[in-house]
Design a binder for this molecule. Structure first.
Ligand code: KG4
Ligand code: ZN
Length: 324
């Protein structure tokens, strides 16, 4: 089955051609340079840029795959969550394309798709525990099957990537700053600034990063060395992600899967590998950690196999918290 994947939830316009869940071609047009001037994504600017480039991205993806739109069997697009104006560009384009070709369209949950990025080239064994750690989300899911997932914990305030971006901005590292903060933390051997280790009580494996972000702001104001702040803050974020996730692991979980933009972080990967020895830890491949249409095409393909389609006119949803 040939599926066109379309992702426009935030600041990447991405289109992929997928054959039975495998990547044939993948285009990712990042808007990061456009948003670095404002230090964050301006929703309307982002939506307008999606509109400007989505058609060309689609034509290029098809060209690189050696196919035409007539060869496609279905279109899978991000239905939510995300910035509504951005989602509307991708969903309207995808529904219109599917209608003109007489093929089905399927609207996909972006957060769950981050986990499916790890399933494209690697075998998953269910049930499994999955952590999505990105600029917009920090959420734990238990997957009993590829399209059966239950949310079991999430951040109560900032997402991990959002907190990393804010501290990176305070350190003058630009936007988005997660990767630059990782580089600064690794650049000079220095004593890491000690930040509090947050462990929330209440039974649910939830996360919180706003307190430690404030502590970083105070450390910077107090004149702490930037590399020491970067190193200590990253350690505090990684430690909370790893420990809370490990607490949520059940004996029945066959593996742990980690996806989302922050899962590109090498310190996070090392910490999970060292801490979780009892079962395999699967990470999304580096090029598929950040937003991309391959993960959307992959989850859309699984949904289509299960007979799920999204009727024309179904609204995009900025707060989508279900599969469809
Ligand atoms: O998944 P993603 O592309 O977008 C969302 O769905 O949010 O994630 C973007 C986030 C940003 O916060 C960015 O700073 C972070 O992923 N990120 C990283 C690294 N690379 C990207 N954070 C830490 N270390 C990295 N190497
Ligand atoms: Zn994302």
């Amino acid at each position: 089955m040939l599926v066109l994947g379309v992702e426009t939830s935030c600041d990447e316009t991405s289109v992929a051609v997928m054959a039975d869940g495998a990547i044939v071609s993948l285009r990712i047009a990042s808007q990061a340079p456009l948003h670095s001037a404002t230090g964050g994504v301006v929703p309307e600017t982002a939506a307008r840029r999606h509109l400007e480039v989505i058609r060309e991205q689609t034509e290029q993806a098809l060209l690189e795959a050696g196919l035409t739109a007539r060869d496609l069997d279905a279109v899978a697009y991000t239905r939510g969550p995300g910035l509504l104006g951005c989602l509307l560009v991708g969903s309207s384009f995808s529904q219109g394309l599917a209608m003109s070709l007489g093929i089905p369209a399927v609207g996909v949950n972006h957060v769950l798709a981050h986990i499916h990025a790890a399933f494209i080239d690697q075998d998953a064994i269910f049930p499994l525990l999955a952590l999505v750690v990105s600029g917009g989300h920090t959420s734990l899911y238990r997957f009993s099957a590829p399209i059966m997932a239950e949310l079991i914990g999430e951040t109560r305030d900032d997402a991990a990537g959002e907190a990393l971006d804010k501290v990176a901005r305070l350190l003058g590292l630009g936007y988005p700053g997660g990767a630059a903060l990782e580089q600064l933390a690794a650049s000079e051997p220095t004593e890491a600034w000690q930040f509090p280790r947050v462990r929330l009580s209440g039974g649910r494996p939830d996360f919180s990063f706003s307190g430690v972000k404030t502590a970083a702001r105070q450390a910077i104001a107090a004149g702490a060395k930037p590399a020491a702040v970067a190193c200590g803050f990253q350690q505090a974020v990684v430690s909370q992600l790893v420990e809370t996730t490990c607490q949520a692991l059940l004996a029945s979980d066959r593996m742990l899967v980690v996806g989302g933009g922050v899962s590109a972080n090498q310190a996070l990967r090392r910490a999970f590998q060292e801490r979780v020895r009892s079962r395999p830890v699967l990470f999304a491949p580096l090029r598929l950690c950040s937003d991309n249409a391959a993960m959307i095409g992959r989850l859309g393909w699984e949904m289509l196999l299960a007979g799920i389609k999204t009727p024309l006119g179904t609204a995009a949803s900025s707060r989508l918290d279900t599969l469809t």
